[in-house]
Design a protein. Structure first.
Length: 347
């Protein structure tokens, strides 16, 4: 029985045995694995058989090196049915290289995590995107112009904020590379709890919002906050998690002119720390430094207080007062530049 016949067989055990090597690529030769993946892609392109959902599922789990086959197959202009089978609409109104067009189309789809990995991996897709950077920037600008700026809730992530409109300086300070332009809504969508998480090395560098550039990330992005504040005048770090739906943890630190000034941490289990200010001093400190037109923070015992878990100094509220909160963006926000997808430079 041929591999294709096994994939189309009505017995689920037969299909599982045929697809299993694609879930465990190390169990057989790399070339054989890629040949099987190519056969699966052919079936998806033909929309053959009743088991397309099984084929899509196995493709979502292939190794990053093998996912390049999916990109190449989608990049063929005569294969629109494959894109439809995978739930991707490939637009190329900007004369992008075919692989670049596929990847940026996938950023806003259920394949976002795999697409971002390919964009940041350093392989041929990354090189194509680098060559297409000017076209990607124009595409991102058009997307941002067509989509009114609205609040963006980024879940279970951390971010830095620096008062600078110079993205090149920010990329240098954080030692980031690649920097592929994307639309802001696309970038913010990567941190939506309803979707697959972005790769751990993915960092979104936002446009300058009211003069502040934010760097949003899910994994690890180590930076010396005091050194950053010495370079930019100030540097803030924030983080929060909402897996429980009501707030699991909140963390922030503010540094200025080369020195950490204040920090605060809460979690759902009652752990907390802040300092060096006391609770009352912290409230006064934040309210004295808050940006114009932002509301004063209220004490937890104030009748008007409605914060999560009784946390007076949660990261979102403090970010809104002292820098910029993505959750409070809108038509009142000034914007300069476009969003960039980047990753730390590997040592």
């Amino acid at each position: 029985m041929s591999f294709r016949e096994q994939l189309l067989h009505p017995d689920p055990e037969v299909r599982h045995r045929a697809l299993r090597p694609l879930y465990h690529a190390g169990d057989e030769g790399h070339q054989q694995c890629r040949e099987r993946l190519a056969a699966v892609l052919d079936l998806l392109n033909e929309k053959a058989g009743e088991y397309l959902h099984e084929y899509r599922r196995v493709i979502s789990r292939v190794a990053p090196d093998d996912f390049s086959l999916v990109i190449d197959a989608l990049a063929r202009t005569d294969n629109p049915r494959l894109a439809e089978s995978l739930g991707v609409t490939v637009h190329n109104g900007y004369d992008l290289r075919p692989r670049t067009a596929v990847l940026v189309s996938m950023v806003a789809s259920g394949w976002a995590s795999q697409a971002i990995h390919q964009l940041l991996s350093g392989g041929p897709e990354t090189r194509d995107a680098t060559l297409d950077k000017a076209l990607l920037r124009r595409r991102a600008q058009d997307l941002d112009a067509a989509e009114p700026l609205e609040p963006a809730f980024v879940d279970e992530c951390s971010w830095y904020a620096v008062p600078s409109c110079d993205q090149a300086a920010v990329l240098d300070a954080f030692q980031l590379t690649v920097a592929a332009p994307v639309g802001f809504r696309e970038a913010a969508g990567l941190f939506d709890a309803q979707g697959a998480p972005p790769p751990d090395n993915a960092v979104v560098v936002t446009p300058a919002f009211d003069g502040w550039t934010l760097l949003v990330y899910k994994g690890a992005l180590d930076a010396d906050l005091e050194a950053l504040s010495a370079r930019f005048g100030a540097a803030h770090s924030y983080g929060h998690g909402y897996q429980s739906g009501c707030g699991d943890w909140s963390d922030w630190t503010v540094a200025e002119q080369g020195k950490v000034l204040q920090s605060c941490f809460y979690d759902l289990y009652g752990n907390s720390s802040m300092g060096p200010a006391s609770r009352d001093e912290m409230l006064a400190w934040i309210n004295e430094r808050r940006r114009p037109a932002t509301p004063r923070l209220l004490a937890a015992d104030d009748p008007a207080f409605d914060g999560y878990n009784g946390w007076e100094f949660d990261a979102e509220s403090v970010a809104h007062g002292l820098s910029v909160s993505l959750h409070r963006l809108g038509s009142h926000t000034t914007v300069k530049g476009t969003s960039l997808l980047s990753r730390p430079i590997e040592p």
